[in-house]
Design a protein around this ligand. Sequence first.
Ligand SMILES: NC(=O)c1ccc[n+]([C@@H]2O[C@H](COP(=O)([O-])OP(=O)(O)OC[C@H]3O[C@@H](n4cnc5c(N)ncnc54)[C@H](OP(=O)(O)O)[C@@H]3O)[C@@H](O)[C@H]2O)c1
Length: 355
Amino acid sequence: MHLFFTPNREFEKMKQYKVGLVGIGAVGTEMIKVLRQRQFPASEIRVLATRERDEVIAGETFHVLETKPESFEGLDIVLFAGTEGSKGASKMWGKVATDKGAFVIDNGDDFRMHDDVPLVIPEINADDMEAMIRKGSRFIANPNCSTIITLMGIAALHRVNPLRHMTAVTFQSVSGAGRAAIEELGTQMKQVANGEATEPKAFAHQIVANVIPQIGGPKPEMPGFTTEEAKLTFESRKILGAPNLRIACTCVRVPVFYAHSIAVHATFERPFTVEEVREIIRKAPGVELVDDLPSAVYPMPKDFGGKDNVGIGRIRIDPSEENGIALWCSGDNIRKGAALNAVQIAEELIKRELV
Ligand SMILES: NC(=O)c1ccc[n+]([C@@H]2O[C@H](COP(=O)([O-])OP(=O)(O)OC[C@H]3O[C@@H](n4cnc5c(N)ncnc54)[C@H](OP(=O)(O)O)[C@@H]3O)[C@@H](O)[C@H]2O)c1
């Protein structure tokens, strides 16, 4: 049994698409909500995971099917929200889906840096995606959540005044590590409040009343850095089309449920004034200026969890670097950092008549 989307009147005449979704954890669940909220023209949403069962999402029951080659039959677009690695969904099923004729939009890290895979933030590089698809690519990658949230404001500035160098420190919520990690923060909050011992499983250390300066394992190609830090580095270069961009970052897990925050220091070819930066951010799509330090107004995860826009504030001149700017951003890692960005890519495929 599959559930079918009943389009409202506005969408009645629009072409409808058969959409597959592989993985129904933190990101997959949010993808269903985003598809419904944006009234995506889907005649079918076929949900696949490791085993068959029913899942209730935002009051709607989905019959989840075990993923098999025949599960991809007839689908136009498949959103992948499964775990990464050799036993993960995209490595096991990504090629099967494209061979069956579907476009794949993958949330994981397995293929992001492949030359023939567009790595896309629609507000930034949808034209690059279109050019690659017209040359035959059918597999599209969604960037890492911290990369997306960091670049939403920085790319808008880079379009006006080329970026020369960037350092970033991330404050990443536990939802970035999936459904089990969200549950672990809730459990540990109660345990710590009751004076009980905690038993870390999703993270190497207790996350409550703590911050963990490690996300991912060591990255041998970048001695001293982690895999998450390497993602932010290499993906930013690819998305901005700036292969020699100097970037360094430290990625930190914090005891926050939803929304990642990033402190960014960046230098540009020419100097910016604070007012110029604010004006660019005010006009850029997908971002929101939240910047009034004397009134204690800046983006915070408690306000940007659940929101589509990335908030940007604490904009100031960085006096430690020539042409330097510092800023702070917060954005929902599950929405703009994953599910929303993937659905926006699918919408872009439709808008540009690529699918
Ligand atoms: N969380 C974030 O903020 C975030 C942001 C950006 C990107 N991502 C990426 O998005 C992906 C999903 O993350 P998540 O946080 O939603 O993970 P999650 O909560 O752990 O959920 C993973 C889902 O993938 C399914 N799955 C795993 N291996 C599969 C396979 N071989 N075939 C079919 N289904 C499989 C699981 O099925 P069962 O339910 O049957 O076990 C589960 O539904 C990951 O690649 C992650 O790196 C996450």
